[in-house]
Ligand binder design. Structure first.
Ligand code: ZN
Length: 566
């Protein structure tokens, strides 16, 4: 623990201290004292108990649409009730039902063949040379089309980069690199790296397929072998009332990732080699040209319907006007379920990803609901489903909010806080975009931890968890995660996180055998509660910084203006 961290007080002691304080103070002093530290101490044992239940083998990895997830959802609802929240979904329910379409690629039946203008066809091997993207709406898709190469597939003329200028992708399969140019500012890079942004841009221009190649940097971060190892996982998307899956892109008949070792074959007879294009992408040079071959693909997918739910609890605000505005704190409850065994273990428990985030959220809820001063705005605690399948539960909530969407003033997300040593710092992804950044600075100072800027902007983390669904709706958001420094010089948090990412992340090893630093998770619960408290109590709602990329791209003018002070 940091020496500057607040002393541990039992809730009873806090209550007594508050009572003593109140008796000796004027109302004004009393309000100031409470504002300075209005929260009870967080309980590391309570957080540990939540994680131990949620990451138990009994829950079988909490895959959305399975019994294990439903048990986890029931647990969260039960905890919400015990904390004193009220049900936040329709008809007094804790559960917001989310219908899901699940699809699994059937690798052995899949085919991908390259046909050059002259010379023999090249047949690629499924699960080795390519990984098909499962179709959400057709069990079998067979198509053939000509190909173009288009760099990152990014059209951002405002930011001085347009791979799609001067090339016609209509009716073509577009070969693109993962990611976006490193010359972009981090938030711009994050947005254009997102699969949704890229896919939409290509579909809008009439593309009929996308073949993706990892950049050399992405190959380092996520080796191809790892993608192959994870290919047993299904894809999911939320479905509307007619059962139509969100983001199915039926226009895209051909979709796959191509292995780095096989990608050179796509450039046979092309004006540039694969290595030339890697170099141009790394230099940030826009590029596009026709590829003198066609590609034929046959995709087989096993599609099924699943039912799942987001769990929604509300802490009612105390201010007569502001209680109709909401701060949403979210964490995903799902993980990847049971899968390919590693070391004889087939249960992917997801202890850090994201049982720990749910536990931090539950403890933050308890602190806010049991503190001496309740927040003025209402707070929605949201445990979402199907994050692991592409932020589906959060997107469903934002598209079908349980309160008017314009009444949501901010989203604070918690995803996979990997505390493997006593934390000396935190990272607040997205903090630089809005007034939430200053709030997290104050909360961290009060907890005696530093705020370290995102050290790996190339991982575009701000678009990779549930907050991005809120950002796309123009709602200022923040994602608070662990830092890399420890208060104990003998414990190397950075090295332990690195090892976790290599050896346990999205593997059966993300389980309770890890040396989880529970007091650090308790600190994160208090820190999140402080942030929520300040946002919920401020006279004005959070806003994007003037000229901010996300604010300019997504926020409607009405949502960017602060609410009038009552
Ligand atoms: Zn995950």
């Amino acid at each position: 623990m940091s020496p500057s961290r607040l002393p541990v007080l039992s809730p009873l002691a806090v209550g007594l201290a508050t009572a003593l304080l109140l008796s000796a103070c004027t109302p004004r002093e009393e309000a100031a004292a409470q504002a300075a530290d209005p929260l009870p101490e967080a309980s590391a044992p309570a957080i540990r108990a939540h994680v131990e239940f949620l990451a138990d083998d009994l829950l079988e990895g909490r895959l959305s649409g399975t019994r294990g997830y439903d048990i986890a959802a029931g647990y969260v609802a039960s905890e919400f009730a015990q904390i004193g929240l009220r049900p936040g979904a329709a008809e007094g329910s804790w559960m917001q039902p989310v219908a899901l379409v699940e699809s699994l690629s059937l690798l052995p039946a899949s085919r991908l063949v390259l046909r050059p203008a002259t010379g023999p066809a090249v047949t690629m091997a499924p699960g080795k040379d390519f990984l098909p993207v499962a179709s959400l709406d057709q069990a079998k898709v067979l198509a053939e089309a000509p190909m173009v190469f288009a760099g990152f597939g990014v059209s951002a003329p405002d930011h001085g980069h347009d791979d799609l200028a001067g090339i016609d992708v209509k009716g073509k399969v577009v070969v693109v690199f993962s990611g976006a140019p490193s010359k972009f500012p981090p938030e711009v890079r994050a947005h254009y790296s997102a699969g949704l942004t890229k896919t939409q841009a290509l579909v809008d221009r009439g593309a009929v397929g996308i073949l993706q190649i990892q950049t050399r940097d992405d190959q380092q971060r996520t080796p191809w072998e790892r993608l192959v190892q994870q290919s047993w996982r299904s894809r999911m998307a939320w479905a509307n009332d007619e059962g139509v899956p969100n983001g199915a892109w039926p226009q895209l008949a051909i979709r796959a990732s191509i292995s780095p070792d096989s990608a050179a074959a796509l450039f046979a007879g092309a004006p540039k080699t694969l290595d030339d294009t890697y170099a141009a992408a790394e230099a940030g040079t826009p590029q596009a040209f026709e590829l003198p071959l066609t590609v034929e693909q046959e995709r087989h997918s096993m599609i099924r319907q699943r039912q799942s739910a987001n769990v929604v609890g509300v802490l009612e605000g105390t201010d007569p006007a502001l209680k109709n505005e909401y701060v949403v704190i979210s964490a995903h409850l799902d993980h990847v379920g049971k899968g390919a065994p590693i070391g004889g273990d087939a249960i992917y428990n997801g202890a850090f990803d994201n049982a720990s985030g749910i536990a931090v959220m539950l403890e933050a809820a308890r602190l806010l609901a049991s503190g001496p001063v309740k927040p003025r705005r209402s707070v929605i605690f949201l445990a979402v489903t199907a994050e692991e399948s592409g932020l589906q539960g959060a997107d469903y909530f934002v598209q079908h909010p349980t309160v008017p969407r314009e009444a949501i003033v901010a989203n604070i997300n918690i995803d996979m806080p990997v505390a493997l040593a006593p934390l000396a710092d935190i990272t607040a992804f997205g903090a630089e975009n809005s007034t939430l950044g200053a709030v997290v600075e104050r909360a961290a100072a009060a907890e005696g931890v530093a705020v370290t800027p995102d050290s790996k902007p190339e991982e575009v983390i701000f678009v990779r968890s549930d907050q991005y669904a809120f950002v796309r709706a123009g709602i200022p958001a923040l994602y608070i995660d662990e830092g890399m420094r420890s208060t104990d010089p003998t414990q190397d948090q950075a090295a332990r996180v690195e090892a976790f990412r290599k050896e346990r992340y999205h593997q059966p090893g993300d389980d309770l055998s890890q040396a989880i630093d529970w007091p650090s998770l308790a600190m994160l619960a208090r820190l999140n509660a402080r942030v929520i408290n300040e946002v919920a109590n401020d006279d004005s709602r959070p806003s994007w910084h003037p000229g901010n990329f996300f604010g300019e791209t997504f926020a409607k003018p009405a949502e960017a203006t602060p609410a009038p002070t009552p």
